[in-house]
Each structure stands twice: as structure tokens, then as C-alpha cells.
Design a protein around this ligand. Structure first.
Ligand code: S3P
Length: 265
């Protein structure tokens, strides 16, 4: 056997060991998840991940390889999060709420925490139409936008992979959207006060429904009209006033443990 063949055999053997060790590791991850659930301890804990990565780095003799091995471990940890979240939350997590309630930011946080992909419906519409939402409202009107939104809700909720879905504030105006979202997802309402919303979005000129009157009063009146719709659609309600994105993300994960999707809720 030539030298190269021998080395390749050696690598094959190491890869086999690696696969075995990774499989064992994933099995232990699932057992940890079950134990945490039984004890009522949060399953997702990013602080612990940093500790583990540092510890593993300290086992690596060759300093030149340390960073690479740490980044492989980071990937392994993300895979663990994905396996756990697919098991715990095998459905879309749908964020609804008024403009400025933090849907997109919280979706990013949740996607990172649960290693799920996130999709932003407004952003997808903008990409598909090669136009901003405010231009779509201006040139084609709100009803054309609502049709696009409705078609997209149908497409996204029918996909096999489960996502964190961040919706536009008006998605609940259409009952069929809510039914479709509920078919394959759990709907989380990010509930935010008119004052807090004003505080968050008053500088932003991109919201067509508030372009002519950006005031707490206008926000309050729109919010009051929509409140019953959010309330009716929601499987979970999270108050977001005075909370950080991380706090909101953790609260959602904790509360999701107590609701499930059976396609009929
Ligand atoms: C809308 C909210 C917007 C966007 C569109 C209509 C609404 O999304 O879909 O301007 O009716 O509340 P955000 O809630 O993400 O701003």
C-alpha cells in the first residue's frame, strides 16, 4: 500500500470514530433535554455553550488548530440546538403583533437560539416584487399588498421545514391567514403598548399606514381596532414593554413548552 493510501485509511478510521462519537454526543444531548424538562430547567442556555467551547479549546495541543476546533464545536452546538428544537417545537413559530412590536428582531433571536431558519413575510414580499412595502402601497394599493401577503402565507405555511415566521402587523386582518398560520404553527402575539410602539418607530418613515399621522393617538386607534384580532389569533401572549429581545425570546421558549400544535388549536 502506498503512503497516500495508508494515510487515507487512517483518516477513514478517524472519521468513523468521529461519527460514532458525534452520534453518542447527540444521544446524550437528547437525554439532557429530557432531564431538564423533568426538572423544569430551561433547555436552551447559551452561557453554558461558551464554557464548553472554552474547555474543549483547552484540550487542543496544537495552538494553530485551536480556533478551528472551537468553531467546529460551535457548529456542533448549533446542531444540538436544532435537534432539540425540532423535537420540542416541530411547528412554525409565528410572531404577530402591531408594527414596532419587535417581530423581526425577536424572530432573529429565536432563530439563533433554536437554530431554526427565520422568514420575514414583508421582506419576502419586497424581494419578490423588487419594491419596498411603502412603494407597493403607493403604486398598487393596500388590497394588492394584502393579496400578496395572503399568497405568501399559504406558501410559507405549507413548507415542510419549520421556521420562525415574522409577519406584517396586518396579517391577522384576514381570517384565512390566521387559519393557515394555525394549521402548521403556533401563533405568538408580541403585545406592546401604543406609547412603547410610538417610542420605537416614530423616527421611521417607512410605515405606509402611519405616514400621514405618526402619533400615539393614531397608533392607539389602529391598535384598538386590531387588538381583538391579535387576541383571537394568539396561542401565546407575550408582553414586550420594557423587556430586552433576549428576555422576550427566552419567555417565548419557556411558554411554548406549555402549548402544542395539533393542527386544530
Ligand atoms: C402593516 C405592517 C407592516 C407591513 C405593512 C402593513 C400593518 O409590517 O406589513 O406596512 O397593516 O400593520 P410591520 O408590522 O412589520 O411594520
Amino acid at each position: 500500500m502506498g503512503e497516500l493510501d495508508m494515510l487515507r485509511n487512517e483518516i477513514d478510521e478517524l472519521d468513523r470514530e468521529l461519527a460514532e462519537v458525534l452520534e453518542k454526543r447527540m444521544n446524550v444531548v437528547m437525554r439532557i433535554m429530557e432531564a431538564k424538562k423533568r426538572m423544569g430547567i430551561p433547555v436552551f442556555n447559551r452561557e453554558r455553550e461558551h464554557e464548553v467551547i472554552e474547555k474543549v479549546g483547552s484540550y487542543v495541543e496544537n495552538k494553530q488548530f485551536r480556533d478551528e476546533i472551537e468553531s467546529i464545536l460551535q457548529k456542533i452546538m448549533a446542531c444540538s440546538r436544532k435537534i432539540q428544537s425540532e423535537y420540542l417545537f416541530p411547528y412554525h413559530i409565528v410572531l404577530v403583533g402591531f408594527m414596532g412590536s419587535g417581530k423581526s428582531t425577536v424572530a432573529g433571536e429565536m432563530a439563533e437560539m433554536l437554530a431554526k431558519k427565520s422568514v420575514d413575510l414583508d421582506q419576502l414580499i419586497e424581494e419578490k416584487q423588487s419594491s419596498s412595502i411603502s412603494d407597493i402601497f403607493k403604486h398598487e394599493g393596500e388590497s394588492a399588498f394584502r393579496e400578496m401577503e395572503k399568497d405568501l402565507v399559504k406558501d410559507v405555511t405549507a413548507m415542510d421545514e419549520t421556521y420562525v415566521i415574522s409577519t406584517g402587523g396586518g396579517v391577522v386582518l384576514d381570517e384565512e391567514n390566521v387559519l393557515n398560520l394555525k394549521q402548521t404553527g403556533v401563533i405568538v402575539w408580541l403585545k406592546t403598548s401604543a406609547e412603547e410602539i410610538y417610542h420605537r418607530i416614530s423616527e421611521n418613515k417607512e410605515r405606509p399606514l402611519l405616514r400621514d399621522d405618526m402619533s400615539v393617538e393614531k397608533i392607539r386607534s389602529l391598535l384598538e381596532q386590531r387588538m381583538p384580532l391579535y387576541e383571537k389569533a394568539a396561542d401565546l401572549v407575550i408582553d414586550t414593554d420594557q423587556k430586552t429581545v433576549k428576555e422576550i425570546g427566552l419567555e417565548i421558549v419557556k411558554k411554548l413548552g406549555s402549548v402544542s400544535n395539533d393542527g386544530e388549536n
